[in-house]
Design a protein around this ligand. Sequence first.
Ligand code: NCD
Length: 329
Amino acid sequence: MVGFPSILEGIKDLDKGHILQLLERAEDLKSGSPARLPLQKSLAVATSFLEHSTRTKHSFAMAIKRLGGFHIDFQAENSSLKKGESLEQTLLTLKYQGIDICIIRTQQSHLLEEFKGHPPIKIINGGDGSNQHPTQALLDLYTFCDDFGGIKKLEGKKITIVGDCRHSRVTHSLIDLLPMFGIELALCGPDEFMPQEIAPGIKRIVDIDTAIQESDALYLLRIQSERHNSTHADILNDYHTHWGINFDKFRKHKKALPIYHPGPANIGVEVHEEIMDSEIWKAHKQVENSVYMRMAIIEAMINNEDHHIGHANKKVTGDICEGKSQHDI
Ligand code: NCD
């Protein structure tokens, strides 16, 4: 895919053309199309999850395997990062060992920004703090296409994200992605969980009843307590009553909506178990589709050869070069 970035840090690294091609390719792969990768060697990926993960980590592992590649699980705790080696040198080491792409999840927002001008290796962001989670947003868009009958049908659809939007990297990526395709995005939840500034064009809905009435789909979030500065005990205690989704709330409006969730879901908090046992619960489909979207992303990144990857190879000039061969230096 022409011009596909060597570092996928956030949705803004992609243009609409890239995204449309990813959607098409994910669908092809789901229909059984074989991987399109260079044949000289098998795909080698390092996964480095410096924060807990079930879905993202294993979905990448499945995607790599289905592309005919293999992955090495890089354990930061047991690595030379603990001996003071920089992340850049660590990534360069992986590159020279033959790793093609490194998938990184970290608690630190914006950690990957420093590599943007001179990528030590191809990198996919598997979620950085509360900043971005681009592959989740892309697989969500793919799932919406699946459920609503294609990308064109999404134009004008109203999707409301309910919950802890402020601390959610998934929300930040969805805010960048969904309006590009005409989706009318709204945020709903307690004031404390709303972003300090809401991007232009994104609506704020103040209560769950209005969200149910006005939306075509709801996207629920887990409360991201690990990123909170204060406990928010008052909100958490009766969260389900005010913001949680159950069939009683739908009955009131004589309406049920498809419910999406990036997982992990906390039963009895943002969602009642009865919803998760029903056909309106779309989270399993998101998980299933995640493998194909991540296959498409890896394939696109591998196929876009970038000759600037690796060490900057700065020229050594001046006194230290005089009278010495390259090998002496
Ligand atoms: C999310 C994450 O880790 O950002 N989950 C995921 O990747 N599927 C959401 C969350 O942790 O709440």
